[in-house]
Design a protein around this ligand. Structure first.
Ligand SMILES: *[C@@H]1O[C@H](CO)[C@@H](O)[C@H](O)[C@H]1NC(C)=O
Ligand SMILES: *[C@@H]1O[C@H](CO)[C@@H](O)[C@H](O)[C@H]1NC(C)=O
Ligand SMILES: *[C@@H]1O[C@H](CO)[C@@H](O)[C@H](O)[C@H]1NC(C)=O
Ligand SMILES: *[C@@H]1O[C@H](CO)[C@@H](O)[C@H](O)[C@H]1NC(C)=O
Length: 507
């Protein structure tokens, strides 16, 4: 045994010296600045040597244990995250590292970067992305591929890929949602018996994450996963890169929430408009309802046709309901009002047509039109025309003549005092009234004495219609609608911005 050791040790010593002298030789060569043409000739020779007897069909260490394929990715950009197509576009530098001893060469040559075309002459892993819809290697100005050889046979094979990868999105919480999008990497033909996929630099294998800018999302987290995928043809090595992206609500706030809020508030304006302004209130109601329809259509257009209710749907539908309720509220107010009106008119006619009262009293009972007028001046006017034409005419005439006097500011008014109003029979008077309203005042000769007598009578001064009779429904709505909307908003935003994120964090 010792003899053997004695015999071997000079041999070992010799070998060590040989290697040392080899290194010295290399350094000398470098020092001599080996001329370029010689180096080129040497490398060409090395490549030729490498590819001689190289069988591209066989994987490195064929028949031996599985080889490790290290992968590292540098992300250039993530964009076009589409809810409708449920996918996203990823551009990256995708690099694979493996060792092929058949391609080792003289260490003096150092690392050699070669054209990507050479990738067609050597064995490369059959990596693919199981969840991509379409991918391509950029080819401007030449195919964006990199091939670097190391003297020990380690090969770095990089390329620039743009891949549209599918990403199933759960939109229940849209637009307060977070999505999990991934890129899967797998070997197409080699099972775990032949190749093994690993992240080349462990958890640092993903670069460029901090530089990712997305219009609508913020990248909150990412994970690198190593797993195995079993198919009927065997189990395959698979790597997965998962991003957690959070949607920014700001865009939706400006696009959908704010307009909806303003529309709901606009629909409340109706409660402050007199209920007699039918056209104003109805058109306001219908306009707000139609605009809400437009908003909800716009929301749906950017989403796939999913059947479940999303967070934004809850908001839009509630706003729609509020706007719709404001319109229905007016229908109720109007119906109530006319019901009351009908009752009033019926009462009035009931008293008038009462025969017993008529027989007792020669003068027909006085109906309080001024009371009715509170509700609707038009109705009161119509009724008073029917009942006592003279009164209304007198009023109209007085008003008109006064108005004209004041307007003209001349003595025509005095002349007009000589005009007398001759009480005519009913039809004529009615015509008069119509003419007054339609074509302006029509004057007949007025006896000054009559005018004087009339002036003595206590005048009913017409002022702007007072809104004393604000409908109770309107009055309640003014408080109830804003209160309910505020309550809904508080619940909605607290729920989605505080409760939900905390709950998903705890899960
Ligand atoms: C290049 O080849 C020559 C012989 O052909 C050899 O002497 C020299 O050492 C080689 N240089 C390198 C760097 O391998
Ligand atoms: C060759 O590549 C290896 C691995 O990438 C690196 O560690 C080494 O420094 C490189 N050598 C030269 C001379 O560039
Ligand atoms: C993706 O979703 C799964 C399950 O919902 C979760 O466990 C995982 O952490 C998510 N990925 C990332 C990167 O957060
Ligand atoms: C895949 O199959 C292997 C055995 O072939 C088994 O050990 C492994 O658990 C399977 N993996 C899954 C995810 O089913």
């Amino acid at each position: 045994m010792t003899l053997l050791l004695v015999l071997i040790s000079p041999l070992l010593l010799f070998l060590t010296l040989r290697m040392g002298s080899g290194l010295v030789q290399c350094r000398e060569l470098e020092a001599r600045k080996m001329d370029n043409s010689r180096r080129i000739a040497n490398i060409t020779a090395a490549i030729k040597d490498m590819l001689e007897d190289y069988d591209i069909r066989l994987r490195p260490r064929f028949g031996g244990p599985a080889i490790d394929i290290g992968i590292d990715i540098e992300i250039v950009s993530i964009n076009s995250i589409s809810e409708v197509n449920m996918d996203y576009t990823l551009t990256m530098y995708f690099r694979q590292h493996w060792k092929d001893e058949r391609l080792s060469y003289d260490p003096c040559l150092g690392n050699v970067s070669l054209s990507g075309i050479l990738a067609e002459r050597i064995w490369v892993p059959d990596t693919y992305f199981p969840n991509d819809k379409r991918s391509f290697v950029h080819d401007v100005t030449v195919t964006n591929k990199l091939l670097r050889f190391h003297h020990d046979g380690t090969i770095t094979y990089g390329m620039r890929i743009t891949s549209v990868a599918s990403c199933y999105m759960d939109l229940v919480h849209y637009p307060m949602d977070e999505q999990n999008c991934s890129l899967e990497i797998e070997s197409y033909g080699y099972t775990t018996a032949d190749v093994n996929f690993v992240w080349q630099y462990g958890d640092d294998s993903l670069e460029g994450v901090n530089n990712i800018e997305m219009a609508q999302f913020t990248l909150s987290d990412y994970k690198l996963i190593v797993k195995m995928q079993n198919f009927s043809t065997g189990s395959y090595p698979r790597l997965a890169l998962t991003f957690r992206i959070k949607r920014n609500v700001g865009f939706f706030f400006l696009q959908t929430y704010l307009p909806s809020i303003l529309l709901v508030m606009l629909s409340w304006v109706s409660f402050w408009i007199n209920h007699e302004a039918t056209s104003a209130r109805v058109s306001l109601g219908i306009t707000t309802v139609l605009t809400m329809t437009t908003i909800s259509t716009a929301v749906r257009q950017s989403l796939p046709r999913i059947s479940y209710v999303k967070s934004i749907d809850i908001y839009v539908i509630t706003c729609y309901s509020f706007v719709f309720a404001a319109l229905v509220e007016y229908a109720i107010v109007n119906y109530n009002y006319w019901l009351e009106q009908k009752k009033k008119v019926k009462e009035a006619h009931g008293i008038k047509n009462n025969p017993t009262q008529n027989s007792n009293n020669k003068k027909p009972p006085e109906v309080r039109y001024d009371q009715l007028q509170q509700f609707n001046p038009q109705v009161a006017l119509r009724l008073s025309q029917v009942d006592s034409e003279d009164d209304i005419l007198e009023d109209d005439e007085m008003k008109n003549s006064m108005g004209m006097d004041a307007l003209n500011g001349n003595d025509r008014g005095h002349r007009r005092t000589s005009l007398t109003y001759r009480p005519q029979h009913r039809n004529n008077a009615q015509n008069n009234a119509r003419n007054n309203t339609a074509y302006g005042p029509r004057y007949t000769n007025v006896n000054p004495s009559i005018t004087r007598r009339r002036k003595k009578k206590p005048k009913r001064i017409r002022v702007l219609p007072r809104i004393r009779n604000v409908n109770t429904v309107d009055r309640v709505s003014r408080i109830l609608f804003p209160f309910l909307f505020l309550l809904f908003n508080v619940l909605y935003w607290v729920g989605y911005l505080y409760v939900l994120p905390n709950r998903s964090k705890n899960e």
